[in-house]
Ligand binder design. Sequence first.
Ligand code: AFP
Length: 338
Amino acid sequence: MISINSTSIESSRIAQPIGTALDRFIKNNQSQFAFASGELSQLLRDIALASKVVNREVNKAGLIDIMGANGSTNNTGDQQQKLDVLANIRFTRALAKGGEVAALISEESESFVDLNNDAKYVIAIDPLDGSSNIDVNVSIGTIFSIYRRKTLAGMPIQEADILQKGSEQVAAGYILYGSSTMLVYTTGHGVNGFTYEPSLGEYFLSHPHMEIPLNGKIYSVNEGSANSFDDGMKGYLQYCKDCSYTGRYIGSLVADFHRNLLKGGIYIYPPTAKDPKGKLRLMYECNALAFVAEQAGGKASDGMGNRILDIQPTGLHQRTPFFVGSMEMVQKAESFYK
Ligand code: AFP
């Protein structure tokens, strides 16, 4: 008969511990929030739940008729893919049902979506980023930023609630639908990453206290546009080559960012002839990743010395050049603009 006494259970090799589940982690850390009433915790749980549904749909995308474009374009001119639309519905529904969100800003909707005036939070979300990669089975992601509304709960949502600087985020993160599915988020107390265990239907803490290396050797930029880069960017690109850095560009911001977060590197979407202000959207792409990057010890700027989190948005779908990643690499890239 095998006997396991109580003191040996933790160290037993018969069954590996699987770690802290996301729900428990959120609950254990709730007291860190400035306004620890449980609503932000619930909001994070709603996001996790919707991401599980989207993950299921992403995983079976090749089997059913949900790949490919649905024939329309979203407000930023991108072809809307069916999965984009599906993901938007899944997240909007989960957040509407949860009741913690007053207004939602999404890449897929021109104006903000009014949800529950009695709620305290505003969320900006890119439900499925990297949509051009959906059809070819390459990693894609969801990006989210959570703000506390400025006006009192119960009042109609105002512009001041919506157009907040990234520095006002109370939580932000992303879900990466990759070779495994991960949820990475921060509430301003460091960055933690959770890996989805599909057979249990739960996220488990797999990457506690994530820190981006101070320096790295990976640069991620779409070099196809290099002819139209400005002189600063051309200079930095040449510097990367002179240093024999490794070029890695997936074309899914979340996946490129996540790799660089783990290994050290820089992601750049600079101004181009086609997108003179850069392609990426401040409110639902750059702010969240800038918050995560800074919390992990990295840096995010527009390349011209402006911290992403300090940019005052003037529109929901505003674009910005984006330089993000290892502290010393971003500083070096910025030095080519001085
Ligand atoms: P889509 O969601 O339209 O595919 O855009 C993805 C994205 O915003 C970001 O995830 C990529 O890093 C970037 O665009 C890729 O853009 P390029 O194709 O111009 O390099």
